[in-house]
Design a protein around this ligand. Structure first.
Ligand code: 1GP
Length: 265
């Protein structure tokens, strides 16, 4: 039986391929990504929040992050964000239900420190042909969950990395790069009381060539400053966008953009 021919994705996008675009933006300094969960902020609400985040200076919208996600909800939110912003929309997947051809790319995340191969590679094996048919760009990402890990640590069955062992985290991150991952993400877990410690970010940054993303528990500008100073190249915030509103988000994005040597785009 022959392989089905790849279909063109529904939406022509100025951001395809996305990875070279991302690398070009990173040459100008760090970036801020806004994570929106279409389960909590469905349809036009996602578009509205994304529009406000773009006005504040966010560079990209990540879509996903909850356990109850449906493909229709992802598609509706992606369409609404495209209609109200000019930033790329990238899938931050929970599983096959997160896939929508309306996005510009998908983070092809492997939760490397999971005990369950499902989160490392098995879901990927089950969905890769569908991704190809949709002509979605997969961007491989080594996803490392650091204590406390919160919900993603629990659901992802992670042996969370200790906050006090920067060398160990550096070893995991470098392993991801040596396996060919295009990005590495240090995740403290959504809603964590504190982000990943800057000392740990610094140890990872020192050994890594590929871009380093950091997320989970970032609520204030001083935390953003410390993480950027330690070498984080992308900061991801979710809770602060959905719960704190613009006043909480503004200083974080301002901090990121203060570190840029030239504006994005
Ligand atoms: C996404 O965990 C981050 O990877 C988001 O964390 O919700 O704490 O910003 P917050």
């Amino acid at each position: 039986m022959s392989e089905p021919r790849p279909q063109r994705s529904a939406r022509p996008s100025p951001f395809r391929p996305l990875l070279p675009w991302l690398k070009r933006q990173l040459e100008g300094g760090p970036l801020h990504f806004t994570l929106l969960d279409p389960d909590k902020t469905p349809g036009s609400r996602a578009g509205e929040l994304a529009r406000r985040a773009e006005e504040l200076g966010t560079h990209l919208i990540l879509l996903g992050g909850s356990t109850g996600i449906r493909p229709e909800g992802m598609s509706e939110a992606a369409r609404s964000i495209h209609a109200s912003t000019r930033v790329p929309v990238v899938i931050f997947p929970q599983g096959a239900e997160s896939v929508t051809p309306e996005a510009d790319a998908i983070l092809w995340m492997s939760l490397l420190n999971s005990r369950n191969l499902r989160w490392v590679v098995r879901t990927h094996a089950a969905t890769s042909l569908a991704i190809r048919r949709l002509a979605l760009e997969p961007i491989s990402l080594g996803y490392l969950v650091v204590a406390p890990g919160m919900k993603v640590g629990e659901v992802g069955e992670a042996d969370v990395l200790s906050r006090e062992a920067p060398e160990v985290a550096a070893g995991w991150a470098l392993a991801a790069e040596y396996l060919g991952m295009q990005l590495v993400y240090l995740e403290a877990g959504s809603g964590a009381a504190e982000p990943v410690p800057p000392s740990l970010v610094q140890a990872v940054h020192q050994v890594l060539q590929v871009p380093l993303l950091v997320g989970g528990g970032i609520r204030r500008a001083d935390q953003a400053r410390a993480l950027l100073g330690a070498g984080a190249q992308v900061l991801v915030t979710g809770t602060v966008v959905e719960e704190g509103g613009e006043d909480a988000l503004r200083p974080i994005i301002e901090e990121v953009n203060r570190h840029r040597v030239r504006p994005s785009r």
